[in-house]
Design a protein around this ligand. Structure first.
Ligand SMILES: C[S@@+](CC[C@H](N)C(=O)[O-])C[C@H]1O[C@@H](n2cnc3c(N)ncnc32)[C@H](O)[C@@H]1O
Length: 208
């Protein structure tokens, strides 16, 4: 785990009741209660959201995938299941609570949780030893971010992607799609009803 080590200072004095009873959902709920504005959701993404989002990408040719806002790792496990053995997955989250949970529960050598902000993706990718990413997938609550911050994050994402790469978002509101349409060369869209609440899926493609 990189970034501010304060993640390590999160109390370890036995798992909280919600974690013991509810597993990853309990960890997610604690995170949402601690930082509701940053998490922006009460439920993790549904299987239908994940299945639909994963379908359109050729994962076996990826060398670097970056995940923004992994939370408890609902998408992370599926990403690792699809990635080749020599690929890397950088998961960037501002919440020490979630980064520590991921660090403790995922031991895959291809996986690197990073305590930091998606807005610093270019620096984080360089520090990890890469020039560019094949795919960036975002679970950030983009509609809660100030417009300027959201625009900067989407522009930095476009720059950090390889030609032919894509930026994937799954959001209740349409702000992420609008920003992706502004910055990317081609956009695919889908609406997923089987999610609480339903989700807008967007794939922004950078020209090859
Ligand atoms: C709705 S949760 C997404 C959880 C998970 N990806 C899922 O699909 O269920 C949003 C996550 O974004 C994180 N987050 C918010 N702002 C961020 C930022 N600027 N950079 C990185 N992560 C951020 C939150 O801490 C939280 O883990």
């Amino acid at each position: 785990m990189t970034g501010n080590i304060s993640a390590k200072k999160v109390k370890r004095g036995g798992a909280k009741l919600s974690t013991r009873l509810l597993g990853p959902f309990g960890v997610f709920l604690q995170g949402a209660i601690k930082e509701p504005g940053m998490v922006g959701a009460v439920f993790p993404s549904s299987k239908s959201t994940i299945d639909n989002m994963m379908k359109r990408v050729d994962w076996k040719n990826c060398k670097l995938v970056v995940e923004y806002g992994p939370g408890v790792g609902t998408f992370t496990h599926r990403l690792l299941a699809h990635l080749p053995e020599d690929a890397q997955l950088l998961a960037i989250d501002t919440s020490a609570h979630f980064v520590e949970h991921l660090d403790k529960t995922i031991s895959d050598p291809r996986f690197k949780p990073v305590l930091g902000s998606a807005t610093d993706v270019e620096r984080i990718v360089k520090e990890a030893g890469f020039e560019a990413a094949d795919i960036v997938i975002s679970g950030l609550p983009i509609s809660s971010l100030p417009l300027e911050v959201a625009e900067d994050m989407v522009d930095a994402t476009y720059r950090v992607l390889k030609p032919g790469g894509a930026f994937l978002t799954y959001q209740y509101r349409l702000k992420a799609r609008r920003l992706t349409e502004q910055a990317f060369d081609r956009v695919d869209k889908k609406y997923v009803l089987m999610n609480v609440p339903p989700n807008h899926l967007t794939w922004g493609w950078k020209a090859a």
